[in-house]
Design a protein around this ligand. Structure first.
Ligand SMILES: NC(=O)c1ccc[n+]([C@@H]2O[C@H](COP(=O)([O-])OP(=O)(O)OC[C@H]3O[C@@H](n4cnc5c(N)ncnc54)[C@H](OP(=O)(O)O)[C@@H]3O)[C@@H](O)[C@H]2O)c1
Length: 245
């Protein structure tokens, strides 16, 4: 039980990497608050976790909306008291060639993938300092410098590159009280992709398959637990060797 007695807030915690992490954190003893917008999916996720005896609570909140985050914080404060672990996993993928990108697409991607993290960190940083907590931001290998793949990834890749830098600024400014790390997964089988034909990614990495969300969640667990007690400001790649191909 690596997270016994901890309270973990996972944005995007009802699906994909965030969902698998929320489940795993609860299996390791944490009380988990899973935040997302879709209430039907959120409630189903919560019920499925509770049926397995896991302490997971769904909290509806659009993380691109500062007021909703403040409201969510009030509810969390009332019900759980504090947060020890913050995993920012909410995110969206939109692609487009240079001349296809609209203001709406650009803003939506940056709001969901980057500004949401600003809002949440502003809201929770004081109690994370008090609790000697941890932050884990879920970026992507697409955000790594010198990894330029996918001709239409302007919005997604640049938002994730900014998230990596943002993580490192947080790590620098809030050490030694709060450890802040960044996870960079490669291709993972989740609802992020509207095109479900994953055969197009065949041969994309050295392991010749996509990751399961549960495999990435294990890395997330390492980064939010005491197992990574000497790590802050780290950018951890879990990509089946994709960046070497
Ligand atoms: N899948 C990959 O190959 C891959 C690779 C590298 C990095 N990542 C990153 O991993 C993170 C999780 O993605 P995923 O692949 O697990 O996709 P996913 O299954 O689509 O999960 C995304 C989660 O984010 C939530 N979300 C999106 N916008 C939100 C908002 N405005 N407010 C609150 N919640 C919001 C979604 O729930 P609602 O729609 O209900 O709000 C959902 O729970 C993303 O940041 C993504 O960029 C994914």
């Amino acid at each position: 039980m690596k997270l016994e007695g901890k309270v973990a807030l996972v944005t995007g915690g009802t699906s994909g990497i965030g969902g698998a992490s929320a489940r795993l954190f609860a299996e390791e003893g944490a009380a988990v608050i899973a935040v997302a917008r879709n209430e039907k999916r959120g409630k189903e996720f919560e019920s499925a976790c509770r049926e397995k005896g896991l302490n997971v609570s769904f909290l509806p909140c659009d993380v691109t909306d500062r007021e909703q985050i403040t409201e969510a914080h009030k509810k969390i404060h009332k019900e759980f008291g504090y947060v020890d672990i913050l995993m920012n996993s909410a995110g969206i993928l939109r692609t487009g060639g240079l001349k296809e990108i609209t203001d709406e697409d650009w803003d939506a991607v940056y709001q969901a993938n980057l500004k949401s993290v600003l809002y949440i960190c502003q809201e929770f940083i004081d109690e994370l300092i008090d609790r000697k907590g941890v932050i884990l931001n879920n970026a992507s290998i697409n955000g790594l410098q010198r990894y330029i793949k996918g001709a239409k990834s302007y919005m997604y890749a640049t938002s994730k590159a900014a998230l990596i830098q943002f993580t490192q600024y947080l790590a620098k400014n809030y050490a030694p009280d709060v450890r802040v790390n960044c996870l960079c997964p490669g291709m993972t089988e989740t609802n992020l992709f509207t095109n479900r034909d994953f055969s197009r990614f065949k041969g994309c990495n050295l392991l010749d398959r996509m990751a399961k969300p549960e495999e990435i969640a294990k890395v997330a667990l390492f980064l939010v637990s005491e197992d990574s007690s000497f790590m802050t400001g780290s950018v951890i790649v879990a990509d089946g060797g994709e960046t070497l191909k």
